[in-house]
Design a protein around this ligand. Structure first.
Ligand SMILES: [Zn+2]
Length: 104
């Protein structure tokens, strides 16, 4: 029997005409992330680089029309997101999503 990580999402949904990812956590917190911000904050090695010099330094302004095509759990600790620009290598951990400041 494995321990469910805390905090854990109770509900994840797209709101505001599919421009905001809203997460309701089991500790009562609610995260609201603009998709453009979430895309720019992609934590994968391709976007962030293996060192600061390798980072693409993405900004939300580069993704004005980004859509979230799919979001799927990775084990019980993270989600992977498929973006409308074809990018899908970002692993967004629950800790990362929970501590990320709401942008919407
Ligand atoms: Zn990425």
């Amino acid at each position: 029997m494995s321990q469910q990580p805390r905090p854990f999402p109770e509900a994840i949904e797209l709101t505001d005409a599919d421009t905001v990812l809203q997460i309701n956590w089991d500790d009562g917190a609610v995260s609201r992330h603009l998709l453009s911000v979430l895309r720019a904050d992609c934590p994968c090695a391709q976007c962030k680089g293996h060192s600061p010099e390798g980072s693409l330094n993405l900004t939300p302004e580069q993704f004005p029309d980004i859509k979230l095509l799919d979001i799927a759990p990775v084990g019980s600790y993270a989600y992977t997101i498929v973006w409308s620009d074809g990018h899908n290598t970002g692993i967004y951990t629950l800790d990362y999503l929970h501590q990320l400041e709401s942008s919407a």
